[in-house]
Design a protein around this ligand. Structure first.
Ligand SMILES: *Cc1c(COP(=O)(O)O)cnc(C)c1O
Length: 360
């Protein structure tokens, strides 16, 4: 059996060496006589795993002591409600940017708790471009400004960090976390579901500026209260121990690759190769304004939609998997996260070249 190139948007491919290490450590983690899955989360062995993972993440992302790092559960989607419950305080509205399907979901959930002011929307332009920040209608009285730096489904990525002045900036980095350097100090809160660039699904990493803790509304469920989670080192209840461990292995792998800066260079090269090919081959198209094309998720269409099924079957036969676009948009999408080797992108381009020659 050989490993395929898995272009799934999430859960996504993981570094092979991480999986090999997890396999090797499966039955007996470093002489403890048990798998990480079977350990007490309060025991020394797991506490070391957990603390090392947090330390490595802090180093990789450049997270200062002004921030708490939380390993929570419920995926990124649970944060859509956790954020307003914790950050609204005595404010009555929050600002949101609508750049696609994930921002819309965050907006819909926030609207259950407060007034939502959509300060800018990419919808009129078919989500192919980010409105210039000069046109945003932000409010100085908003509890926070929320945006989605990379829209995983539409393949639309911000190439700038919005200026939110004194309003805390909140970002759903699920599909862009650790893919390129980011100045964390510009943010009040960053969150990321793990299954794209970090590890197994279910786990969600939250990086929150400490002065934003302790403001949860009184009806906030205990499990969603950032202060409680922070005070308990993300172990108020039993954390997702195995996912946390795997995330730790991915962080070690990232450090061995040269960290986020080196990763960013590789990711940019991979993305430019694929978009460059799409742009020069008239059989394929990508609708996003080049400046805002995602380095992580590359949607594309074929000249003739009727060939989609044949294209996907041919890809599968070569071990190029999960290239179908999201069910809401159709077409194709190649997710090329950190763990997708450049050789995977090359193999995809090779296949696309041959397919276009045969069918174009
Ligand atoms: C995948 C994704 C989500 C949802 O993550 P879950 O862990 O399934 O809740 C939210 N936002 C973005 C940007 C995503 O890519």
């Amino acid at each position: 059996m050989s490993r395929a190139y898995n272009f799934c948007a999430g859960p996504a491919t993981l570094p092979e060496s991480v999986l090999v290490q997890a396999r090797d450590e499966m039955l007996d983690w470093r002489g403890t006589g048990m798998s990480v899955m079977e350990m007490s989360h309060r025991g020394d062995a797991f506490v070391e795993i957990a603390e090392t993972a947090e330390q490595d993440l802090r180093e990789l992302a450049g997270v200062s002591d002004d921030y708490a790092v939380l390993f929570m559960q419920g995926g990124a989607s649970s944060q859509f409600s956790t954020i307003p419950l914790n950050l609204l305080g005595d404010k009555t509205s929050a600002d949101y940017v609508n750049s696609g399907i994930w921002s819309k979901k965050a907006i819909a959930e926030a609207a259950r708790y407060s007034d939502v002011n959509v300060v800018a929307s990419a919808e009129a332009g078919g989500f192919s471009s980010i409105p210039d920040q000069a046109s945003w209608r932000t409010s100085a009285d908003a509890a926070y400004l929320h945006y989605t730096p990379n829209e995983t489904i539409g393949g639309l990525e911000f190439d700038f960090i919005p200026d939110s002045a004194d309003v805390p900036l909140v970002a759903d980095m699920s599909s862009t976390m650790l893919s390129r350097p980011v100045d964390v100090s510009k943010f009040g809160l960053i969150y990321a579901g793990a299954q794209k660039n970090i590890g197994p699904s279910g786990l969600v990493v939250v990086i929150i500026r400490k002065d934003l803790l302790g403001k949860a509304r009184k009806e906030t469920p205990t499990m969603m209260n950032y202060q409680v989670i922070a005070d308990n080192g993300s172990m108020y209840n039993t954390p997702a121990t195995y996912s946390w461990y795997l995330a730790g292995l991915v962080f070690k792998w990232l450090k061995a690759q040269g960290g986020v800066k080196a990763m960013g260079e590789i990711n940019q090269r991979k993305a430019e190769k694929l978009y460059g090919f799409i742009d020069t081959n008239e059989f394929y198209a990508n609708p996003i304004e080049p400046r805002f094309r995602s380095w992580m998720n590359v949607p594309f269409t074929l000249q003739d939609d009727a060939l989609n099924g044949v294209f996907l079957q041919g890809a599968e036969d070569r071990g190029l998997l999960n290239l179908a676009g999201h069910r809401s948009v159709g077409g194709m999408r190649a997710s090329i996260y950190n763990a997708m080797p450049e050789a995977g992108v090359d193999a995809l381009i090779q296949y696309m070249t041959e397919f276009a020659k045969e069918r174009g």
